[in-house]
Design a protein around this ligand. Structure first.
Ligand SMILES: Nc1ncnc2c1ncn2[C@@H]1O[C@H](COP(=O)(O)OP(=O)(O)O)[C@@H](O)[C@H]1O
Ligand SMILES: N[C@@H](CCC(=O)OP(=O)(O)O)C(=O)O
Length: 260
């Protein structure tokens, strides 16, 4: 697809691109670039919903922790502290573009329940009638029941994209797209994928230190989204400046087509 017509776009920001490369804490430079890209897309007439990770990572420093813990209770406590820091950062950065953040925290159960999911959808649609609002969605980590958690935000973003009938879901991550061979990044990502099943074997278990999902989780989320009619893109969140080009059909990324 090569178009600049207004689209409904879900942007997913993974933990791996919201944090510094060499320290387990949020990277304000990265966050600024991502917010700038959101503002650019909105200015071009697109409707944008952000699914943002980063609550747990944002809670580490305030709680004097240097590493991501593994026990669920501490992770939930970290998310409770970190989510407010994250939203504060978004609100501050969006102000430069006369935009405001709208926080939506949802659980797996909310989106599985017909009535609650519909309420999320209508709230989202009402919010988007205000051009100055950027909805930022995260899992409600501190109350999510362990066995029913999304855990990573890949699946959450595909659920949101389907619920909202988005045109496009862009998973922004630390990789430039889906690589055939992770030891040969110079080959660049696979440009276009028609069938996720055919490429899933390229995804390795390896992932960033603070991220939870990894590439396998992303491809499963992509499959869910394309099955629901949403075209998907995996692209580097470290090159947010290329987002308008990616939305228009170009850029360095992997594009997953919807089967017709
Ligand atoms: N075939 C592949 N191509 C690109 N990245 C891959 C591949 N297989 C595994 N990965 C890993 O997936 C990571 C992205 O997932 P993750 O760390 O969970 O990021 P995020 O926090 O953005 O969700 C990459 O940094 C890379 O280590
Ligand atoms: N909801 C969690 C997201 C967990 C996470 O790291 O997800 P991801 O970056 O998609 O691998 C948070 O905000 O920390």
């Amino acid at each position: 697809m090569s178009t600049t017509a207004p689209q409904r776009i879900v942007l997913k920001f993974g933990t791996g691109i919201l944090t510094k490369l060499n320290a387990p804490e949020p990277d304000p430079v990265q966050l600024r670039k991502l917010v700038e890209a959101v503002a650019l897309l909105k200015r071009a007439g697109h409707s944008v919903v952000v699914v943002s990770s980063g609550a747990v990572a944002s809670g580490l420093k305030p709680l004097d922790l240097t590493e991501r813990p593994t026990d669920m209770t501490t992770l939930q406590a970290l998310a409770a502290v970190g989510q407010t820091h994250l939203m504060h950062a978004y609100e501050n950065l969006l102000r430069d573009y006369d935009l405001h953040v709208a926080q939506l925290l949802v659980t797996h159960e909310d989106l599985e329940n017909y009535d609650r999911a519909r309420r999320v959808k209508t709230t989202l649609e009402r919010l988007l009638e205000f051009p100055q609002v950027v909805p930022v969605i995260n899992e409600n980590d501190s109350v999510a029941i362990e066995e029913l958690r999304f855990g990573d935000n890949d699946k959450l973003s595909s659920r949101v994209a389907r619920l909202w009938s988005a045109d496009l879901l862009i998973l922004l991550t630390s990789a430039p797209g889906l690589l055939r061979d992770m030891s040969k990044p110079e080959e660049g990502p696979i440009p276009v994928v028609d069938d996720v099943d055919v490429v899933i074997h390229h995804a390795q278990e390896e992932k960033t230190k603070l991220g939870t999902g990894g590439m396998i989780s992303k491809l499963r989320a992509v499959q869910d989204a394309v099955n629901g009619g949403v075209q998907c893109i995996i692209a580097s969140g470290r090159h947010a400046e290329q987002l308008p080009e990616v939305v228009a059909g170009g850029g360095v990324c992997t594009r997953f087509l919807v089967k017709r």
